[in-house]
Every structure is written in C-alpha cells, then in structure tokens.
Write a protein that binds this ligand. Structure first.
Ligand code: ATP
Ligand code: MG
Length: 873
C-alpha cells in the first residue's frame, strides 16, 4: 500500500467511527510557553484536556506533523543512526474528549491494524501498565481484560512507569498507556529469539508503532495525583513506521516516504545507499533533516540564532556536517533536494510547492555559511594539531574542543575524527564537563517554578471583550504563582471575562490595572495567551480575592499599538502592490513604540521603493478609511473574499477579518477605527533577516513626531559643530571629507618614505651567518606595511632570512620571510619558525614555508624571539 493510501485509510476508518477529521496544526507552537514544537498529536488539543475550553466535537482524528528535537522528546542523536526515529514525522491519532475510553480505543486500534491494514496478528505484541507502588497505582487490569479478548495472553506484556505511564509535563493530565509493537524480523530470527523478549529493547525490527494513552489523573505541583473529572483517550501512531510494516521493508527509509529523496542524494553525491554504515547514516540524516527543515521554513520558522530558529539551524547543520564528513561534500547541495521533496509531498502539503523557492534559498545560504565556518574551524584545529605535535601532546584539551564547538560551531564529532586521523585524541571527559557546566548555567537561568492553579470560581469560558471596551467588571476565576530567575515572583490571574488583549499574532499584550471598590489597586504588567486562555501577569495579588473588580486597560498604550497594527496591514498591502504578490508575511512584531515586519523578497528594497511604500501607506491614512470588521466569517469564505491568511497560523472554525479599503486580512489583533488615527507612517530601517527575507521597521503617530524632533535636534547640533557654515551642512561635511582624504594620502606617502629608508637600513644591517643573510628588527609599523616591507626586501636580497617583530597597541606580531632556495637547501620553514617563536610572545600563528606570521599578547617577548631566531639559522 502506498503511503498516501495508508494515511487516507486511517482517516477514513475513524471518520466512519464518527470522528471529525481535522487538519494538522503548525509544527511551530506559538501560545504554549512550555513547548517550542509540536511533538505529539495531542498538543493542539491541550486546552481541552486542561479544561480551558470546550471542544466542538468530542471525537477527533488527524495526521499531525511532529518534531522531536528538544525538551522532553529529543530523538535527534538517534536519527539516521537507527532506521525508525525521525526528527520530523507524521503521527496518526484519534482522540476522545470525555467520550469513549479504553474499550473502544483498544478494539478500534486492533480492528484497523489487523482487519483493515491486514497486519498478521502473530507479528503484534501489546503492553499494559504494570502499576507502581510508589505512586500507589494499580496494574491496568481494565486494559488487560479488553486486550485478552483480542490477542493471546502471552502477547500482552507488562510495562513499567517509564514506558507505560504517560504525563503531559511536570504537572497536568496523565495516565496509563497501552502500546502496540510489531515484530518484522524474518522467520528464522523469530525462531531463534522470542519477540516478546525484544519489546522495548531498541531492536530496529521490533518497534513500537502505536501508543494508546488513557488520561485519567491530574498531576499536582506537589507530585500527588487526583482523578480527572472526565476521562480522555489520546493515541499516536508513527506513520512512517506503519508504512514500513505495510510495505514489507525493514527500515522507514526503505518506504516510499523516503526512497525518492535517497535516490536523489545518491545522484547528487555519487555515493550509493547500502554500501557502508557511515555513508548510510549520513544519507539517512540528510534525507530526514531536509524534511524537518523544509517543513519548518514553510511553517514560517527560519533558522536563526535563538529559540526555535536555533533548533532548526542545528538540525540543518547536523545534516551539512554529515555530508561534509562522510560524503565529502564541501559545497552546498542539500538545497537541491527541495525540488524532489516538493514534487513528492507537495500534493499533501501545498506549502512545500508554494514556498519552494524560499525554502531552497534559505537552505542554500545556511549551507554556504556553515561550510565557511567549518573551513575556519578546520584551519584553527590544524594549528592546534601543529602545536600539539610540536609539544609532544597527544590529547586535545577538552575545554579547547568545547570552545571550538561552542564559539566556532565546529562539531565535536569532526574534531574527534580529524584528531584520530593524526593519531591524536580528544579529552572527552573534559568536553563533557565543559558542556555540562554551560547547560547547568542556562538551566538555572531559565528554571521556573509553577504552583497549581487556585480556582475561585468555576467559569468554563472566559469572554474577551477587548475589541469593544477597555474596561469592565470582572471576578477572578483562578490564579497561580510563578517564580523564575528571569522575572522573579509573578502571579498569573484569569478572569471570567477580560478586555485585555493577550500577546499573540505578533501584537504585544495589554497593560493596565485591577481595582476593587475600596480602591485597592494592582497593576497588570503584561497579558499573555496560554493554551486557550488569557493570563494577566501581576507582581502581587489583590488583598481581597473575592471581588468584584474593575479592570482597566492602559488606553494610551493600546491606541499606539492599534495604530501600529493597522499600519502593518497597510504596509503589507503596499509591499504586495509595489514589490509584487510574491511578498508573504514571515514575521511581525507590533508594539506600542514601533512595528517590525518580515517578508519574503529576494533583493534589497531600494530607496526609491521605500519612499513609494511610505507614500502608499500615508495616502491610505489620508483617505481616512474606516475599519470594517467581521468577527463571524468562516475561513473559506474569508479567503474567497480576498482576505490574506498566514500560513503556519492555526485558525479556528470562525475567523475574524479586518478590512481597511482594499487591505483585508485574517487577524485577531486590535486596530484603529479609522486610518486617520495613525496620523503618519515612517520607515526607520530596512535590513536582511535571512536569505530571501527582508525586514522593515517603522513607526507611526506620536513616535513619528518624536522621530522628526530628534532628527531636527541632531541637525541643529551638526550646524553648531560646523560653526553655522555658509554652505549647507551636507556640502560642508563633503568638503571636510575631501580634506580628510587628502591628508590620509599624505600620511600614507610619509609612511612609505619611512619604510623606504628603513628598507635601506635593514639591507645594510644584514649579517652573514652560515651562508644566510640574516636580518632581524623591531618596529612599530602596522601589519600591512610590515608585509610590504618584507616582500620588498626579499625581492632585492638573496639567501634571505628576515624576521620583523612589530608592536602595535601593546600587541606583538612576528613576520618571517625566507628566500625560496633556503626552504629546500637548509630545510627551513617560515611556518614552523613562527609557531616556535610565537611562544615568546604568548601567541601562535602559521603560514606558508616562504612567508608566515604570528600574533601574541606579550610585546615584551619580541627581543627574545628575535634572539632565538638567530639561533635557528
Ligand atoms: P520510541 O520508544 O520508539 O521512541 P515513543 O515512546 O517515544 O517511541 P510515543 O511518544 O508514544 O513514542 O509516540 C507515539 C508513536 O509515534 C510511537 O508509537 C511511534 O510509532 C511514533 N514515534 C515516536 N517517536 C518517533 C520518531 N522520532 N520518529 C518516528 N516515529 C516516532
Ligand atoms: Mg521516543
């Protein structure tokens, strides 16, 4: 069965069992502070399990894109090394929110696998939770009893808490689970070793394919368990593993999900899959990581230096490194695979087609830049190796290896490999220690302690009224304390209704205050959205918690933020009009002070275009376009009306559209009532964020006034410095520049003359030692002049050994140049000479046999170095 059909069969099966089929949520998570990426099908339903909101349908099924590369689920190191863990994979799942429980979940899973897909029952094993004395939990006999109706009892195995008790996190819903494992070994192998003994033993052909989780408890902050008010089912089956079983192959990489990519890698690299283990691992790593990175970019998450972007960058770099080391690829090549991926999966995931060029360019650029890093790291490591050999050391200091990794992005595995090729090794313990120290540091910095919610009232829904009002009468539904190193002690408060906008869609959260009848006031310093509810952050709790309270949003901040949000829509419209419809939003930040908008576009936006864009937005402001808001649209209807949606955003059944003239977007943010309220729009900056992604920063309303006031102040200051010139300030500055250039040239000529004199002096100072013309001198010339001088003398003198020690700003450099004949005749080598002499100035260096330099921090050692050089002749 082809993979496409396998996926469809799963969805059809559960649709028949009255499940609503929903779309995969984006892989990058935006409103859950505990999770960066979707790592299981249940993530998008977390708010239902937590009871924060009510599902429309209590039976749901889907295929969810998952990424397991950080936090609780991190399979990165396994991927490629084994044949059944991926970074990105599809998880097929069915859910019951307080509806059916163990009986149906077990029966349907069995029916689908054995009757619909036709998997041989003798290949299957199941596990159930054996109980745990410490947790005072009994064995899951309920699940056992359902299973024994379906499968031989010797195929039902007990599993411990680690394998068979699922928890959402340190706190929250949890419960026993029951897993289904397949044994796809050959009959001979099965005859030799009983499959039951291999379950959960990391055997590549005895693997878990489906996990059925039965949520029935709630883990409290103190570690205790309480019964959940309603019981839920959460299942997850690995799509690629299922394909492996149904396509009768022994590895996920031999299914039609992966073979087109692997064939293409073979073609591009000239290495065949299935020859050597090392190359196979590299090929698997590249095929897998390409998928993860491409889907992330399509979801709007570009590689970057922090957060989710950093994780994506690390995945891609792992693939580049494997290609570099084991497939000998020193030039970018992974990007070429995007074509194959988009052809192969573009039907099921159209974003891969529509964003193909962007994905391809971003990957290519990342590859090129990381390959440069690798080259630099190699040079650095080479000089370390030379020093080690010189000093007779065979183990590279762990700290140095870590620094190579941490500062220069040079991977540990590569360091180890290169060292071993030279008969050297790396201090693994020292590396591990340095890594641990760094990790502990960052863990401490980000550790948070979250207490349980204290519930005051059972309000199931929390209404948001902030589109219409900035204040309201509320009561506290629940609150909890959160302590973190970063923010100190904070309280999170949830009201029964709120006018406060919680940070989302790039717009920052509202600030304001709560106040009770007797005037007790508490400030709300920020508002966030978390798992479907709006959480207000305060430094302390009101003295009286009962309420009622009056809550008020900071209107000034809100108005400025709204102006920036509406301006962002107009900017988006302007970009598409002026630059073209290839422009897609790739990131947005709307704050009260300014706005920032990232978008796909392949060249720098020119000055003229920026002016045109500014003019376009300001024209819409002058037209005084009124806000036309529709809070009750369906997604399809809105798109049909021409509204722009954002890929990688999770939209509900009901969407809100925001229209100002011809600008129309799906948006949950707050806006001005009329574009005239924006007053004026001014672009302050245009830069590149990544290959093919530009960023525009801009300001509106009061901020524009402040901006021009500041500019005019600067201008006055310049005039003052120029002593109120008769010419315009620009002309005066140009004249100053011209004068400055002339002076620079003059200095340059004087320097040359000085060096010329020096040259003559040096040539006549040469000493003839062992038939070699030896010259040593100390100077304060800069590096460039020293180099010119050295080559100049070398041209005019034979049998030359010249060493120049220079001191600039307290730093020392040594420059050695040798006549070419000396290299052979006297086996002298400028590279090794400077490395040796570098010790005197506490530094290192290298170069070619003919010419080499060393730099160091001990200028006082220059004389000793010159002295030592003489000894070498
Ligand atoms: P394993 O022990 O094999 O790592 P798991 O216990 O981590 O699996 P679950 O968290 O229960 O797996 O996920 C549900 C299903 O998703 C698994 O039964 C498996 O089929 C699939 N799965 C889990 N991790 C991966 C992965 N990294 N790549 C591909 N499929 C996976
Ligand atoms: Mg796992």
């Amino acid at each position: 069965m082809k993979s496409k059909q396998i996926r469809q069969t799963f969805l059809d099966f559960f649709e028949n069992k009255k499940h609503q089929i929903v779309a995969s949520a984006p892989m990058v998570i935006k409103n859950d502070p505990t999770l960066m990426f979707t790592n299981a099908g249940m993530n998008q339903f977390k708010e239902y399990f937590l009871g924060n909101s009510e599902p429309k349908n209590n039976r749901v099924a889907d295929s969810q894109k998952c990424l397991r590369v950080s936090g609780k689920h991190n399979d990165l190191e396994e991927v490629g090394v084994d044949t059944y863990h991926h970074t990105m994979f599809e998880m097929l799942g069915n859910w019951s929110f307080g509806d059916y429980f163990k009986k149906e979940a077990i029966a349907w899973a069995w029916e689908l696998l054995t009757e619909v897909y036709g998997i041989d029952k003798d290949c299957l094993y199941v596990t159930i939770f054996e109980g745990d004395a410490g947790e005072k939990l009994d064995r899951d006999t309920e699940a056992y009893d359902y299973w024994k109706e379906l499968i031989a009892e010797d195929r039902i195995l007990n599993g411990n808490k680690a394998d068979n008790f699922w928890e959402m996190g340190a706190q929250g819903p949890c419960g026993p689970c029951s897993e289904i494992h397949v044994d796809i070994r050959s009959d001979e192998e099965k005859a030799q070793v009983d499959g039951a003994t291999l379950v959960n033993m990391d055997h590549p052909q005895v693997v878990e394919i489906w996990n059925l989780v039965f949520m029935q408890y709630n883990r409290m902050a103190d570690g205790s368990l309480q019964n959940l008010p309603a019981q839920h089912v959460d299942t997850g089956m690995g799509f690629e593993r299922l394909a492996m079983v149904l396509q009768n192959v022994q590895s996920n990489y031999d299914t039609d999900v992966f073979t087109p990519l692997i064939r293409e890698i073979e073609t591009i690299t000239g290495h065949s899959y299935g020859k050597t283990e090392q190359e196979d691992i590299a090929i698997r790593v590249i095929a897998d990581h390409l998928r993860a990175v491409s889907f992330s970019i399509a979801d709007g998450q570009l590689p970057s230096n922090n957060g989710a972007g950093y994780v994506i960058r690390m995945i891609l770099r792992r693939a580049i490194r494997y290609g570099f080391t084991y497939l000998g690829k020193k030039e970018p090549f992974i990007y070429q695979l995007v074509n194959t991926l988009s052809k192969q999966m573009g039907d099921a995931f159209p974003e891969l087609k529509s964003q193909k060029n962007l994905i391809l360019n971003v990957i290519k650029e990342e590859e090129a830049s990381f390959l440069r890093t690798l080259e630099n790291g190699l040079a650095l490591l080479d000089s370390m190796v030379a020093t080690m050999k010189n000093d007779g050391v065979t183990t590279l200091d762990g700290k140095k290896a870590f620094e190579l990794n941490d500062t220069y992005g040079f991977p540990k595995e590569l360091t180890r490999l290169i060292l071993s090729e030279q008969g050297l090794q790396m201090d693994e313990d020292g590396f591990a220690k340095a890594l641990k120290k760094q990790q502990e540091g960052s863990r401490k910095a980000s550790a948070t302690e979250t207490s349980d919610w204290t519930t005051l009232r059972d309000d199931d829904t929390q209404e948001f009224v902030g589109y219409d009002r900035l204040s309201g009468d509320v009561r506290i539904s629940k609150y909890r304390k959160v302590v973190s190193k970063k923010d100190g002690e904070l309280y999170q408060i949830v009201f029964n209704m709120t006018p406060f906008y919680g940070e989302s869609g790039g717009q920052t959260g509202d600030k304001g205050y709560i106040e009770n009848a007797s005037g007790d006031t508490v400030y709300i310093i920020d508002t966030k959205k978390e798992n479907g509810q709006t959480v207000h952050l305060t430094k302390n709790l009101p003295q009286e918690l009962e309420g009622p309270f009056k809550v008020t949003v900071d209107a000034h901040q809100r108005a400025r933020t709204a102006a920036n949000h509406t301006a962002t829509h107009l900017l988006h419209q302007a970009l598409r009009k002026i630059l073209g419809t290839h422009v897609e939003q790739k990131g947005s930040m709307v704050r009260s002070a300014s706005l920032r908008f990232d978008f796909s576009h392949f060249s720098k936006v020119t000055k003229e275009e920026l002016v045109e864009i500014e003019n376009f937005v300001n024209a819409r402001i002058r037209e005084q376009l009124p806000l036309e808001e529709n809070r009750n649209n369906t997604y399809d209807q809105a798109i049909a009306e021409g509204a722009i949606g954002l890929f990688g955003e999770k939209y509900g059944d009901v969407v809100r559209t925001i229209k100002f003239g011809e600008s129309q977007e799906l948006c949950g943010g707050t806006h001005v009532k009329n574009t005239a309220d924006i007053w004026h729009f001014k672009i302050t900056n245009e830069t590149a964020v990544a290959s093919g992604i530009r960023r525009i920063e801009a300001i509106t309303s009061d901020a524009v006034k402040d901006f021009f006031a500041e500019q005019s102040k600067n201008f006055e200051e310049i005039k003052e410095i120029l002593k109120n010139p008769t010419k315009s300030p620009a002309e005066s500055i140009a004249a100053l520049q011209e004068e400055n250039n002339a002076l620079k040239k003059e200095v340059e000529q004087l320097k040359k003359a000085k060096a010329g004199n020096l040259k003559g002096d040096l040539i006549s100072s040469a000493q003839l030692i062992n038939g070699v013309n030896f010259i040593a001198t100390k100077t304060d010339l800069d590096t460039k002049s020293v180099k010119e001088l050295a080559f100049d003398i070398e041209r005019d003198m034979e049998n030359l050994f010249l060493i120049i020690g220079a001191e600039n700003d307290g730093k020392a450099t040594l420059t050695v140049i040798l006549s070419k004949n000396l290299i052979e005749e006297k086996s002298l080598n400028a590279g090794s000479i400077v490395r040796e002499l570098g010790k005197h100035i506490q530094g290192g260096g290298g170069g070619q046999p003919h010419f080499a330099t060393a730099g160091g921090k001990n200028a006082a050692g220059i004389d000793a170095a010159l002295e030592a050089a003489k000894e070498m002749v």
